[in-house]
Design a protein around this ligand. Structure first.
Ligand code: MCA
Ligand code: AMP
Length: 510
């Protein structure tokens, strides 16, 4: 009789292929090296723990922990055990976390020990199990894992099964869980390996967080699919990056990484001479940064464009002209079209419209939000990104704006509505408008405009405190400004463009 056929496309293609390799996978900042085999042994132990505590395929595992090899192994463990990995920004407050845990119906929450007390009652109320994991590989989850054998029988999964749930904020202020399948992640990783010529000789400098698409899927999955290794830094550490660059072959970052490096005189042509690739994404890279980077190092940054819902959509060419200000061509297998935002009709080359994307990279929909899914994901498979752009005659895509009210600060997305809802309910506040204005380090930053109720003077300190309690630090307005009224058009709609123009230099003046 034939044996049971076990297939798990994502695990088989990214992880299982390395099971016997004693080659380096993670180079850590303290000099330690974790081999591919050791990494997989670690994740197998974690998978065992999760199954032993009763988790079943398809269950969600919500994870808010510091970046560490163990945190990455938890992702691998979820894939191997057929669980849905739900990574969360370490900056999120308990209030924000409660929503994600409740909305996803997570069966297991893994958090930092410093958050345990605050989350215990939430987990209890939502009947989720709580375990801890710290940045040094300690915590209750690891204590259980150490007791386990380093082998786990991979759980069968179909390519259309969910591998991850990543929350992205919405224009209404409620976050939506983007359902990403095994095929979404695998197809994109394999395409990027080819496009960007990754091999097992590559050493990727990894300083991005691993709770978002960029650091988790683009960087890690590509390194895994190619069989290379990563210099795994716990965060953006300028000195560490300068010290590690000579050992790396490639780096991925948000534009803030590159502007910070350009401001450092140690970042020279010599330091980067042996590098073969610098990739930028998650936020617009100023053409000026692209040019300065080439002047300084001789390298042309390769800019690409993606979204949580779609992974990567387009990329400048590896061989060929990497154009400043453009996000390049649609990736192989990915279709991009520009449509009229009102009528949905496809536009001609050169015309500005909304960017729509279709391909194996496009997500399955928003978790338990069929209406929101239907509003953004067309029946014909095209996803309406909310970005505005144009494609030139040669096929280069340019992002020229956003059809959604979104601020991108240092690569993190911030939806103004979420902040406005909090500002509006503060004593003495009639209404508010939150806008993004240029910032030298983060690209854009958050500015809150407050309109007081008649004759009242809202207490700005109290408002800041309310924001601090509810929202992650990176969403906090950098400044609050009191105005008598908001500019409105004849339809009564707030003209945020007028406000953005008025305050565009607020953080630029030195
Ligand atoms: C930190 N702070 C921020 C940000 N990061 N404030 C606004 N925006 C931010 N991005 C806060 C800190 O809490 C701190 O507050 C103060 O700002 C200064 O912190 P600093 O030490 O300078 O920051 P850092 O720790 O060096 O972090 C900056 C960073 C980081 C390295 C740019 O934000 C980062 O790693 N960003 C990458 C985000 C990312 O991976 N995005 C990908 C999303 P205080 O002074 O009060 O303590 S995936 C995506 O968008 C799609 C799919 C795609 O295409 O990739
Ligand atoms: P997220 O919701 O975090 O997945 O962020 C996706 C958004 O980031 C996109 O819809 C774009 O607005 C923006 N984005 C990603 N890459 C780029 C890029 N290279 N240039 C400009 N915007 C980008």
């Amino acid at each position: 009789m034939a044996g049971k056929l076990v297939t798990n496309p994502l695990y088989d293609s990214l992880f299982a292929i390395h099971a016997d390799r004693t080659t380096p996978f993670l180079h850590l900042q303290d000099g330690r090296i974790l081999t591919h085999r050791d990494f997989l042994a670690l994740s197998a132990r974690m998978a065992r723990v999760m199954v032993q505590i009763g988790l079943r395929p398809g269950d969600r595992v919500a994870v808010q922990v510091d970046k560490s090899p163990e945190a990455l192994a938890l992702y691998a463990a979820c894939v191997q055990a057929g669980l849905v990995f739900l990574p969360l920004n370490t900056a999120y407050t308990v209030e924000e976390l409660s929503y994600f845990i409740e909305n996803s119906g997570a069966s297991l929450v893994v958090c930092s020990p410093t958050r345990e007390d605050a989350l215990l009652s939430v987990a209890k109320r939502l009947e989720a199990r709580l375990e801890t994991l710290d940045g040094e590989g300690g915590g209750s989850l690891m204590a259980l894992a150490q007791e386990m054998p380093a082998f786990f029988e991979t759980v069968s999964r179909d390519g259309e099964d969910l591998a991850a749930l990543l929350y992205t904020s919405g224009t209404t202020g409620r976050s939506k869980g983007a359902m990403l399948t095994q095929n979404n992640l695998l197809s994109n990783a394999q395409t990027l390996v080819e496009e960007w010529r990754f091999t097992d000789r590559d050493v990727l400098l990894h300083a991005l967080p691993i709770f978002h698409t960029h650091g988790l899927f683009v960087a890690t999955n590509v390194a895994l699919a190619a069989g290379g290794s990563m210099i795994f830094m716990t965060g953006f550490d300028q000195d560490g990056i300068i010290a590690s660059l000579p050992q790396a072959t490639a780096m991925m970052g948000v534009p803030t990484f590159y502007t910070r490096l350009l401001d450092d005189e140690r970042f020279t042509r010599e330091l980067t001479a042996h590098m073969r690739l610098f990739v930028s994404g998650s936020a617009p890279l100023l053409a000026e940064t692209h040019v300065r980077f080439e002047e300084r190092t001789g390298h042309r940054i390769l800019e690409r464009y993606g979204m949580t819902e779609t992974n990567m959509n387009s990329s400048n060419p590896y061989d060929g002209d990497r154009r400043a200000g453009s996000v390049g061509f649609p990736l192989p297998g990915v279709e991009i079209r520009i449509t009229d935002p009102d009528r949905g009709e496809e536009l001609d080359a050169g015309d500005v419209g909304q960017i729509e994307v279709r391909g194996p990279n496009v997500f399955k929909g928003y978790w338990q939000m069929p209406d929101k899914t239907a509003a953004e994901l067309r029946e014909n498979g095209f996803f309406i990104t909310g970005d505005l752009g144009r494609m030139d005659e040669e096929g280069y895509l340019y992002i020229v704006g956003r059809n959604k009210d979104l601020i991108i600060s240092g690569g993190y997305n911030i939806y103004p509505k979420e902040i406005e809802l909090i500002l509006d309910e503060q004593p003495g506040v009639l209404e508010s408008a939150v806008i993004g204005v240029p910032h030298p380090d983060f690209g854009e930053t958050v500015l809150g405009i407050i309109i007081p109720e008649n004759g009242q003077t809202p207490d700005l300190e109290r408002i800041r405190e309310a924001v601090r309690l509810s929202l992650a630090r990176f969403k906090h307005p950098r400044d609050l400004i009191l105005l008598e009224e908001l500019p409105r058009n004849t339809m009564g709609k707030v003209q945020k463009n007028v406000l953005r123009e008025q305050y565009k230099d607020l953080f630029l003046a030195t």
